[in-house]
Design a protein around this ligand. Structure first.
Ligand code: PHE
Length: 456
């Protein structure tokens, strides 16, 4: 049964799309990457990547999605029935499903930590202060991730939560959940930013985060800024094609994409504003600012030294959980819509067909830090291999092919007509946007892709 559903309100569709873009990438990659690669200098490059390249590619995905109003693979088949462009959608679908498998595990970790914070266990049994405490949290995290049962249970709860939201459909499920979760996420961010800015070393922290150092900007750094921008905007995963299939026809794609990209950037910046003053004020190790170490070791250590540690830890892991949940919902919807539209199944069965196998696949990812850690592919455990393969190989490829399709292969008027809502809006920048989608973006995405094999 092909659904012809749409989001019920503009605010709702923005909340859902921003919800997808705002994820763990904003929390544990952007701040550390900015700090390490030249602060404000990197930020300028990053902002350039988001608005000069990310936006046109976003618009390409959104136009295709709204014009086709179907799933990520069928949309290519619909406009190019006799050509193999559907492979672009197929790669995006594959990437999105693989990412879903392992992201669900990380989402589970945030849930477990939220529970640990609520129950007070997070801070119990962690020794004294300083190095000892740091290694205490480190040990706690390693023990947790390396164990079998608890991470698995948390992952299963996350899968169940996703099923609950997705079963309720686009308006009552995705949109309503986003409408509740995203404002809450922003409120929490603002609270943390205010608290952080009042810490003793706030100014020092901000200058540590953003102090410009143009000598750090190398071609390699530009390529990684581009990669981060694309990942953060959820490009190449079929998410925007899928979500924009639910956009009403009067929504202005240009304005929507600018809003989404700006809010995503704002969250990334706020995370930096939160993390650096806090981390510096408590005199912690500066090399533990990224990834799981940042959120599961460094920050708990910061909270421990603040008044009411439990309160702050609960708020922070709630924030993280909201960011992860809105992302998993969006990426799961890519496959759900595919099964719905391609095989004509009801939403109920599509959700089950897509999400039930995760009880096995995500379990394998989860156990790849525990019982299955001896299984490696190309020197990585299963989780890390999937991450590398989906994120570094599949995503750029899907983006590249999508740009080539919208720029060159799609029916001539599709892109312009979507950007101008069938010529009812002016879009003076259309020639520039088209030129970027046709030439600049494919070339630069190719560079990102090649950077996996060649050092720039
Ligand atoms: N934009 C997301 C992030 O920053 C990427 C993502 C989306 C990952 C959906 C997984 C699922 O984390």
């Amino acid at each position: 049964m092909a659904e012809k559903q749409t989001f019920g309100s503009k605010l709702g569709l923005i909340a859902a799309t921003v919800g997808s873009a705002v994820g763990l990438g904003n929390v544990w990659r952007f701040p550390a990457e900015t700090q390490a690669n030249g602060g404000a200098a990197f930020l300028i490059v990053y902002i350039g990547c988001v608005f000069l390249l990310g936006l046109p590619v976003m618009l390409a995905e959104m136009s295709l999605g709204r014009a086709g109003r179907t799933d990520v693979v069928s949309v290519f088949r619909r406009f190019a029935p006799r050509k193999p462009w559907w492979v672009a959608g197929g790669i995006a679908l594959l990437a999105s499903y693989l990412i879903l498998c392992f992201y669900m595990v990380v989402a589970g970790w945030t849930l477990e930590y939220l529970w640990q914070a609520i129950s007070g266990n997070l801070f119990s049994g962690v020794p004294g202060t300083g190095k000892a405490m740091e290694s205490g949290f480190q040990l706690k995290m390693e023990q947790f991730i390396g164990s079998d049962f608890r991470p698995l249970a948390a992952t299963y709860i996350m899968i169940a939560l996703n099923i609950c939201v997705l079963l309720m459909g686009v308006r009552k499920g995705i949109e309503r959940a986003s409408n509740i979760m995203m404002p809450l996420l922003f409120v929490l961010l603002v609270i943390f930013a205010i608290v952080s800015l009042q810490m003793p070393k706030a100014a020092e922290g901000l200058s540590f985060f953003l102090k410009p150092d143009f000598s750090r900007i190398t071609p390699g750094v530009v390529v990684s800024a581009l990669g981060q921008a694309f990942f953060s905007l959820s490009l190449g995963m079929g998410i925007l094609i899928t979500y924009s299939a639910y956009y009403p026809s009067d929504v202005k794609l240009g304005r929507t994409s600018i809003t989404v990209a700006s809010l995503d950037l704002l969250v990334a910046l706020l995370m930096g504003v939160i993390i650096f003053p806090a981390v510096l004020s408590f005199g912690l190790d500066q090399d533990s600012l990224m990834g799981t170490t940042l959120v599961f070791v460094t920050l708990p250590e910061v909270f421990e030294q603040m008044p009411a540690p439990q309160f702050w830890a609960v708020l922070f892991f709630l924030l993280l959980l909201l960011a992860a949940l809105t992302s998993t919902i969006s990426i799961a919807e890519v496959s759900v819509k595919f099964v719905c539209d391609r095989f004509g199944l009801s939403r109920f069965y599509s959700c089950l067909v897509v999400l039930a196998p995760l009880f096995l696949f995500s379990a394998i990812c989860s156990l790849s830090f525990g019982s299955l850690s001896s299984i490696t592919i190309a020197g990585k455990n299963i989780f890390d291999f999937l991450d590398m393969f989906a994120t570094n190989i599949c995503l750029p490829l899907a983006s590249l092919l999508t740009c080539l399709y919208v720029g060159w292969g799609a029916p001539k008027r599709l892109f312009r007509s979507q950007l101008t809502n069938r010529s009812t809006l002016r879009m003076a920048l259309y020639p520039c946007i088209l030129a970027i989608v046709r030439y600049v973006a494919p070339l630069l995405i190719l560079l990102i892709w090649l950077s996996n094999f060649i050092q720039f």
